[in-house]
Design a protein around this ligand. Structure first.
Ligand SMILES: Cc1cc2nc3c(=O)[nH]c(=O)nc-3n(C[C@H](O)[C@H](O)[C@H](O)COP(=O)(O)OP(=O)(O)OC[C@H]3O[C@@H](n4cnc5c(N)ncnc54)[C@H](O)[C@@H]3O)c2cc1C
Length: 292
C-alpha cells in the first residue's frame, strides 16, 4: 500500500520501525530475533536503510525481501544515491519494485569512508536532484528526509527549508524526520514547513536512548541536541545500571511519543538500531494508555 493512502485512511497514528542490514553473522542472528519480536507488535510498516555509495546494496535488498516475503511486513526501502551513476540508481529501484516495494525514501547519503570510493561523474549532488531523476521514471510513493534542528551541514535554517521545499516540488509525498529530544524542535519545524506551503505528511523519527555512549556518538554525527532534561535525568541514575538506563530511555520516549500523538502526528517512526527491548517497552506503554 502507498503510505500516503495509509495515512489518509487512518484515524490513529501509524507505527513503524527502522531496521538496517546486519554486517556480521552475530549481528544477523540478533537481527533475526529482533525482527520476530518487533513483528509481533504488528507495526504498520518497517523501513530498511541503504548504505551510501551502494555499500549495503545486496544486504538491504535481502533484508527488504525477507521482511516482505518471509515475515509478511509492509516495507519502505530507503535509497541513498550518493556517488551512484543514473543506471545504478535505476538498477536498485527496479530491484525493489520487483520485490513489490511501493514506497521509497530518497536520501542523498554521505560520502563513504572508503577512500577507494569515487563518485560517478554523473552522480547527483543533492536529494532534490535524485528526486528530479527518480520521480518521472517511477509510479512509486516517494518520501524524503527532514531535519527539525536543520541538517548538520546546512548553511542556515532558511536555506535548509528552501532545499526541503525543492525536494517536495520534485515529487516527494512525505517526510520522515531525524530524531530530536525536545518536541518543540519538531513542532516549530512543522510550522515552518506549513508556512513554506509544504503540505505533505511529516512523520517524526523517535530514537529511544539505548546507551549513553551511543546516544552521544549518534547525536554528534547528526546534530541532535541532547537536552538539559536528558542530562539531568541521566545524572540522577545509578552508575553503570543498564536496567535503570533502559527504563529511563523507555520513560522518556513514552512521554515524548504521547505528546507527539496528542499533537496529532500522522505516525511515529522508531529508530530501533536493530534492537527490540526498548521499542517493545515503548509501544506497550503507549498501547496501555490507549494512544496507539
Ligand atoms: C529518515 C532518515 C533516513 C535516512 N536514511 C539513510 C540511509 O538509508 N542511508 C544513508 O546513507 N543515510 C541516511 N540518512 C542520512 C542522510 O543521508 C544524511 O543526513 C545526509 O547527510 C543528507 O541526506 P539528505 O537526503 O537529507 O540530503 P539533502 O536533502 O540533499 O541535503 C543535504 C545537505 O545539503 C544542503 N542542500 C540541499 N540541496 C542543496 C542545494 N541545491 N544547494 C546547496 N545545498 C543544498 C541541505 O541544506 C543539507 O545541508 C537518513 C536520514 C534520515 C533523516
Amino acid at each position: 500500500m502507498k503510505l500516503t493512502d495509509l495515512w489518509q485512511s487512518r484515524s490513529k497514528p501509524t507505527l513503524s520501525f527502522e531496521l538496517f542490514p546486519a554486517r556480521t553473522e552475530k549481528a544477523a542472528a540478533n537481527l533475526e530475533k529482533a525482527i520476530d519480536k518487533l513483528a509481533a507488535l504488528e507495526p504498520d510498516f518497517v523501513s530498511v536503510t541503504f548504505g551510501a555509495g551502494g555499500s549495503t546494496r545486496e544486504g538491504s535488498r535481502e533484508l527488504v525481501r525477507k521482511l516482505k516475503q518471509d515475515k509478511g511486513l509492509d516495507v519502505i526501502a530507503y535509497f541513498a544515491g550518493f556517488g551512484l551513476a543514473p543506471s545504478e540508481i535505476t538498477d536498485v529501484i527496479n530491484a525493489y519494485q520487483t520485490l513489490g516495494v511501493e514506497n521509497i525514501l530518497v536520501v542523498r547519503g554521505d560520502e563513504p569512508r572508503d577512500e577507494n570510493f569515487t563518485p560517478h561523474p554523473e552522480s547527483f549532488a543533492y536529494a532534490s536532484e535524485l528526486m528530479g531523476y527518480i520521480r518521472p521514471r517511477y509510479d512509486l510513493c516517494l518520501g524524503v528526509a527532514g531535519y527539525p534542528e536543520s541538517h548538520i551541514d546546512a548553511a542556515n535554517q532558511a536555506k535548509d527549508m528552501e532545499f526541503l521545499k525543492l525536494k517536495i516540488e520534485n515529487g516527494a509525498e512525505f517526510i520522515i524526520t531525524n530524531y530530536f529530544y525536545d518536541n518543540q524542535y519538531f513542532f516549530d519545524y512543522v510550522a515552518r514547513c506549513r508556512a513554506a506551503e509544504i503540505e505533505v505528511p511529516i512523520i517524526p523519527g523517535v530514537m529511544p536512548i539505548y546507551s549513553i555512549k551511543m546516544m552521544r556518538m549518534l547525536a554528534g554525527m547528526c546534530g541532535a541536541t541532547i537536552t538539559e532534561r536528558i542530562e539531568t535525568g541521566l545524572a540522577a541514575l545509578p552508575e553503570d545500571d543498564k536496567d535503570a538506563l533502559n527504563n529511563f530511555g523507555i520513560d522518556f520516549a513514552t512521554k515524548q511519543c504521547a505528546e507527539l500523538i496528542q499533537a496529532g502526528v500522522p505516525g511515529l517512526h522508531i529508530y530501533t538500531m536493530d534492537r527490540s527491548k526498548s521499542t517493545i517497552g515503548l509501544v506497550n506503554r503507549l498501547r496501555e494508555k490507549g494512544l496507539l
